[in-house]
Structures are given as C-alpha cells and as structure tokens.
Design a protein around this ligand. Structure first.
Ligand code: ADP
Ligand code: MG
Length: 635
C-alpha cells in the first residue's frame, strides 16, 4: 500500500456523486428539490437527449446571493440545517449540501441566480479544476435560479456506459418530474424534451384542478376508477387516492407514496399496502395509488440514504398498522352504493328484496315484506283483467312464502300462458319502475330485469342498466360471509397428534412469548420449551397437512419486521375463497326474479362486493346517457 494522501475536492465529490448521481433523472430530482426548497411557484425543465446533453431547471424561488454562490457549489455547504436538532426534524427536501458539488464534479454545471425581484442583475457560478475553484461572472437573471447541467458523466466514462437508451432514461426522468408535480399541486411545472412540450401543469388549488393534474399525470382512467382516502389519527394522517382493485396493474408502476411530501420507496409501507389489498387482488397484480402520509418530522429519520428514497420510522409498527387499517377499510367499503351510483327515488317494500339468498343452497328465503306484497297484490288484483298489474316476482314471493293465494296463482298461470316467462320478467321490471316513480328509492343496483345466457343478470336502476356477473358476485358474497363467520367464532383449532418442535433464535422465542395471545387468535398454540426452541401443539383445522413449521417461521419474521402478520389469515382466506368458489351459483343456473333481486341486495350489503375473489369486477353500469350515445340519440 502507498502512503495516505488527502483526496482532491473533485475526486471526493465524484465519490459522493457515485451515490447521489446515478443517472440524468437523479440530477433532475436534486435540482427540482432545490427549487421547491427555495419556494418556487413555477419551475421550467428543459431536457436534451434525455438529459445526457442538457438539463436546465429554471425557477422563480428566492435565489442565491452573490456572496453565497461559491458556497452553493461546495460540498457540505447548505442553507437548510445548522445543528443536529435541525437534522432531527428536517422539513426541507434537501439538507446534505452535496448535490450541486457532486453534480459539478461529473458534468459542466452553471448556476445563475438573482435574489432581487426589482432588478435583473444576477451572477453565474461554475467550478473547474482538481480543487473545483468557483468562478463568478455577472449574468442577467430575473429573481430566481437557473441551473444548467451539460454533458453529464463526460469525465466518468464508466458511468456513462451504464446509461440506458434515451427512451428509458427519459422515462426515469419523467417519473421524477411526475412525482414532484404530484406532491406539489400548488406549483406550476413545465417539462420540455428536445424542444417538445411534454408536460405543462398549471398550479392547482381547487379540488377540480387537483383532479385534473392527477389525471394528466396518472391517466384519466386512474381518476375515474379511484376512491379518495382521507384519515387522520393522533399523530398521523393519510390522504390521497387508491384505484379500485379492478383497476389493478400488471406492474407496480402506478404507486406513489409520499412521507411529508417526500417520495418514498419503503419496505414497511409496501408491505402494509400489499397486505391491505391482499384479499381483492389476483396474485401478481399490483394496486395503483397516490398517497400522502403526514407524520411529525421528528418521528421519522430521512437521513438513512443519500438519495433519501428510504426512511426510518421511530414507531414502524404504528405506521404500518395505521396504513394497513386505513386502506383495508377503504377497500372493504367499496360496494355498489359507495361508487358513483346516485341513489334515486323509488320503491315500496313490495317491489324490493323479495327475499334473502340462502348462501349454502342458493335458495331464496322469504321474509319480512310478505304482508306488504300481499296487500299490493290484493289492491292490484281486482284491476288486473287482461293485463295483470302484478309481477311474477311478487306472485312467487308470496307462493314461496307459503301464503295460499289461489286467485293470484291462477292469474299467474294465465299470465304465463299469454306472455311466457320472458314477458313475466319484463313485467316485473315494469312494475318496479312504476313503483319507483311513486315512492321510496331505487336501490343502487336496481331491480332485476332478466338473466342473460345463464351468466349475467340485467337490472334497471335509476341511472340505466346494471349488468352483474352472477357467479363472480355470488362468490364474493359467500366468501365474505364465510370470513365473517370465521371471525365471529374464531379459528377452530385442532391438537397435533405429535407436537412439533421447532428450533428458533432467542429473539424468535421472545416473540412467541410476547405474542402468545396473538398466536391463539390465529388458531396456533405454541409454547416456548427452551432458549432456542418452541413447540407447536395446536393448529387451525383448515391448515391440516400444511407446512406449519414454515408458516410459523414466516409469521415470526413478519412479526419481527412489521409487528404484525396476516399470513395465517391469508392462508385461511385462500381456503375459504376456494370453498366459496365451489359453493356459489354456477353459471347457467336459471335464477328466478326474486333470486336475482336477492342477489343484488346482498351485493349492496357486502363488503368488497365490487370484485370477485380474484379481483375481477362483479358488475358494471351502462347509464342512459351511454345508451343514448350508442344509438346516436340526442337528449
Ligand atoms: P442542499 O439542498 O442539501 O442544501 P445542494 O447542494 O443541493 O444542497 O444546494 C446547496 C445550497 O445551494 C442550498 O442549501 C441552497 O441554499 C442553494 N441552492 C441550490 N439550488 C437553489 C435554488 N434553485 N434556489 C435557491 N437556492 C439554491
Ligand atoms: Mg439540494
């Protein structure tokens, strides 16, 4: 080994640049963060050749004074923190004071700035040489700052070689701009590439403008399929939007999570989100979301990574559980009435649910509104004549319910002779419509009209036509009921014939000890038998034959890392889901109108009923406007 020497400034900065400046997108991130920290209301980004030739960021922030300019380009020089206390509760995006120094060590950087809003007299600074001496010259500039970065990695060819195609690099760069534009809707952003305008975002204040920005950054389909999240608890709040599970993606490319306005990719957060969606997404599908977590700055350490893409929470478990429970609730609340359906005026008890669907047999159980239905029938029966004023649904409701209405039954059969069963179905909906005009409200999913090819239920609601995939819908309903039953009665346990001893670490032993009650709720009875061994005595009945040792290990590692584990529940849910799938109405089964209505009502009551167990949609709506458009009918 040779003697120890002090590194030149440039080399030291180049080493730092290895972490901070990975590609053009990282430069854009650092420059934009500086602009936002300087209170810019407007930033303009000009890019040439995906940033390898030119990156120029211009802002209207506070600017840098002539005296401070040389320091701005110096390493370990920042205006943002002053003491360890400041570091422990940073509110600015930057604070390490190394971005500009690092970038100027691997590119030609010029910073032009002016702090005076009265005059356009500014100064330009650039550095050169081994020791990176800063040169200043007067340069006209309105108040604010322009940073120009040319020929990135011109002096570090190895780095340059790692750059991907222009398209890929620009993709990364655009992502950075998008994220910052999402986090600061109040700031105007313009992005040009090779002279072409890519984004031009005006500042958004009102809700409507914010949604417009969201649509232009995440796509209109995202906005249309999204639900708002807004929850605050003691020291935390989570706001933003999550897409309905049916809008899931094949890649995790529409996932934006911000902690105190900073874009974060964090394992703990990713886990909480995944867990919240686990029950409504196909394997391999990814939820889409834009979420903002606000937390006391001193409860989160942002100084764990040079690019600050990761954070460390003081109380990770609390954060995990807050995010999980908030999103879990949001997803569970997605049922027909929470979506854009307008509740509308309509029916009396008679037309509404003809019964409850027995989920095991698929039969309709009559109850409740029989009296009213009967009354209606009696009122209308007298004027029935050639065109009976009652519906097959009502007649069946009554006959199934056991009321012996000889007259009604006779009329029913003559009606059937005249119009056939199809007519009867239409009649039922006509009836529902009549009722809806007179009183009450139409339920969100409306009233059944007919069944199509044994697969779809057609229903009429206040807005138009509802189409339901009856198998998918029923499957979800059965699944949710099975889960509810399980949650009420607990997970049934079964002793193992031969208790299974598992060798674990001391830390894991502690976890078993601490979380005994938690294990019990999962249907696991585990005892600590030594410093590094535990024994599994009882397991959930449903997991007979499963690899319980592996499961226990996985649960323990979840507990160690996130403070909670849903593995057993997930495992059980999978089993229940399979059971539900087998227990549901099969396609091609003819449903009666009351059965169809019962299905619609159950969907309205059931959590997550917008998706089947595999995340496919269970229903869809065609509004009158959409139908009119289909037939070129002007309204
Ligand atoms: P940091 O952002 O961590 O402080 P930087 O190297 O990114 O470190 O910037 C150094 C300093 O230069 C900042 O602290 C700030 O005072 C000043 N600066 C950089 N960019 C701007 C800008 N666009 N507007 C005003 N001041 C800036
Ligand atoms: Mg900075």
């Amino acid at each position: 080994m040779s003697r120890i020497k002090r590194l030149s400034s440039r080399l030291a900065n180049q080493i730092a640049a290895g972490e901070v400046v990975e590609r053009p997108a990282s430069v854009v991130k650092e420059l934009l963060e500086n602009s936002l920290d300087a209170g810019a209301r407007k930033v303009e980004i000009d890019i040439e050749a995906a940033g390898s030739k030119l990156i120029r960021v211009r802002d209207d922030g506070v600017g840098v004074s002539e005296e401070d300019l040389p320091l701005a380009l110096d390493r370990h020089a920042t205006s943002k923190i002053d003491s360890l206390d400041d570091l422990e509760q940073v509110t600015s995006l930057g604070f390490r004071g190394e971005a500009l120094a690092s970038i100027s060590s691997v590119a030609h950087l010029t910073l032009t700035s002016n702090t005076d809003s009265e005059s356009s007299s500014g100064f330009a600074a650039s550095s050169s040489g081994r020791e990176m001496q800063v040169k200043l010259r007067p340069a006209p500039h309105p108040r604010g700052t322009t940073v120009e970065v040319r020929d990135l990695f011109f002096n570090t060819p190895a780095r340059r070689k790692f750059l991907k195609t222009e398209r890929t690099e620009f993709g990364h760069l655009e992502d950075v701009v998008k994220r910052l534009a999402l986090s600061r809707p109040d700031v105007a952003f313009s992005l040009r590439h090779n002279g072409r305008q890519i984004h031009d975002l005006r500042p958004a204040q009102a809700e409507q403008e914010r949604l417009r920005r969201l649509a232009s950054l995440c796509g209109p389909a995202f906005v249309e399929n999204t639900v708002e999240v807004d929850r605050s608890a003691a020291e935390l709040s989570l706001r933003g939007w999550v897409a309905q599970p049916t809008f899931s993606r094949s890649q995790a490319d529409l996932q934006h999570f911000f902690v105190n306005g900073r874009y974060i990719k964090d394992k703990l957060i990713a886990h909480a989100v995944r867990q919240a969606f686990s029950d409504v997404l196909y394997h391999g599908r990814h939820p889409a979301f834009v979420l903002f977590l606000e937390i006391d700055p001193s409860a989160v350490d942002v100084n764990v990574h040079p690019t600050k893409h990761e954070v460390r929470f003081r109380d990770g478990r609390a954060v995990h559980s807050f995010i999980y429970s908030t999103l879990h609730r949001t997803v569970a609340d997605l049922r027909p009435d929470s979506q854009n359906l307008t509740p509308a005026p309509a029916p009396s008890a008679a037309s509404a649910p003809a019964g409850r669907l027995d989920l095991i047999t698929g039969e309709v159980i009559q109850q409740g509104n029989l009296g009213l239905a009967q009354q209606r029938l009696e009122q209308q029966g007298s004027s029935a004549g050639e065109s009976p004023g009652w519906s097959i649904a009502q007649a069946e409701a009554i006959s199934v319910g056991g009321a012996n209405m000889a007259g009604a039954a006779a009329q029913l059969s003559s009606y059937r002779r005249l119009y056939g069963d199809r007519g009867a179905g239409n009649r039922a909906s006509y009836e529902a419509a009549q009722i809806s005009e007179s009183d009450g409200t139409v339920p969100p999913l409306g009233f059944a009209l007919a069944q199509l090819h044994g697969v779809y239920v057609l229903a009429e609601n206040a807005d138009g036509l509802i189409l339901v995939d009856m198998h998918a819908a029923h499957e979800r309903i059965v699944y949710e009921r099975l889960k509810a039953a399980r949650d009420e009665q607990g997970i049934p346990r079964q002793p193992l014939l031969v208790p299974q001893t598992v060798a674990v670490s001391q830390r894991e032993c502690q976890l078993v000890d601490e979380h005994g009650a938690f294990f019990a709720t999962l249907g696991l009875l585990v005892d600590v038998t030594g410093e590094e061994s535990v024994v599994i005595r009882e397991i959930p009945v449903s997991l007979k034959g499963a690899n319980v040792e592996q499961l226990l290990r996985d649960v323990l590692s979840d507990l160690a890392e996130y403070g909670s584990s849903e593995r057993i529940l997930e495992h059980e849910n999978e089993i229940l889901s399979t059971m539900a799938c087998h227990g549901s109405v099969r396609a091609n089964r003819q449903l009666t109108v009351p059965e169809m209505n019962a299905l619609l009502r159950s969907m309205e009551e059931t959590e997550r009923s917008g998706q089947c167990n595999h995340g496919r949609p269970t229903w869809s709506e065609l509004t009158l406007t959409e139908l009119d458009r289909l037939f070129l009918r002007g309204r």
